[in-house]
Design a protein around this ligand. Structure first.
Ligand code: PGA
Length: 260
């Protein structure tokens, strides 16, 4: 994988937004896999600024969700469908009809999971999947010891993840226990994976994912199996990387035309 160390979250957001803009110019109807949480917001803000200035037209882009809570009522402001509509679809001027996501309020959750995996394939596969990383090393909501071959399915959140996400709810009790997440095998089918991690709280998980062995106990380490995975980290999130200087030198020596 390629590791890019940036000064801060804003720089990481701009760098990834530039890669997205280049993708959209190349393929106006690209299928963009979006992540929720706090980390990717600078990406969406930077891309929305490019759209607002007319530098890129995202109106034909298609968007798909990485994961979703199970059991939140339709339209709940913290359902990931609502978050993606608010943070990505509306600011980028994307057609709501071209927005794919798993149905977390379905009566038959396993069927909804299978249907979502099939919908992603029918849409031609994800061109670029944005990822965050959990403090426990998860990607999407694939918690530690998720199968590296897993498909979209229901998962139970760890207490650590529910505590991490409690800030979006009035109390920890309101954070759902169950989620639908693209599986690790599903995520690995995207043509380009771009993981953004910022802040010292992510440093340990990043070091394990990038420099540790590929292991289900650190789901993000599965990125090592992907032929085109980019990990963008700010200085704080890079602070436990033993190879940080090598990563800096490699990126500094990279020809500009190569992009992310
Ligand atoms: P965060 O979440 O960006 O809110 O830290 C990341 C994740 O859980 O994948």
């Amino acid at each position: 994988m390629e590791v890019v160390i940036v000064p801060d979250a804003t720089a990481g957001g701009s760098l990834i937004a530039d890669a997205l803009a280049a993708l959209v110019r190349r393929k106006p109807d690209a299928l963009l896999g979006v992540a929720t949480g706090s980390t990717p917001l600078p990406i969406y803000e930077a891309l929305a600024a490019q759209v607002a200035s007319g530098a890129v037209d995202a109106s034909r882009v298609r968007v798909c969700q990485l994961d979703e809570y199970v059991g939140l009522p339709a339209g709940h402001p913290e359902s990931y469908r609502s978050v993606v509509l608010r943070e990505v679809v509306e600011p980028l001027g994307i057609d709501k009809g071209s927005f794919l996501g798993p149905d977390g309020s379905a009566d038959d959750i396993p069927a909804a999971c299978t249907a979502y995996d099939e919908a992603l394939r029918a849409a031609g596969g994800v061109d670029l999947q944005i990822l965050g990383i959990g403090t426990d090393g998860h990607i999407g909501f694939n918690e530690p010891c998720s199968s590296l071959a897993s498909r979209t399915r229901i998962k139970t959140l760890t207490r650590q993840t529910r505590e991490d996400n409690a800030r979006f709810f009035d109390s920890l009790d309101e954070v759902p226990h169950h989620v639908i997440t693209q599986g690790i095998g599903t995520i690995l089918e995207a043509r380009h994976l771009v993981l953004l991690a910022t802040g010292a709280g992510k440093a340990h998980a990043v070091a394990q994912a990038v420099e540790g062995p590929v292991a289900a106990v650190v789901p993000a380490s599965a990125l090592q199996l992907h032929p085109h995975a980019t990990v963008v980290v700010d200085e704080a999130a890079a602070s436990e990387l033993k190879l940080a200087d090598y990563f800096r030198a490699t990126y500094a020596a990279k020809p500009e035309w190569q992009g992310l």
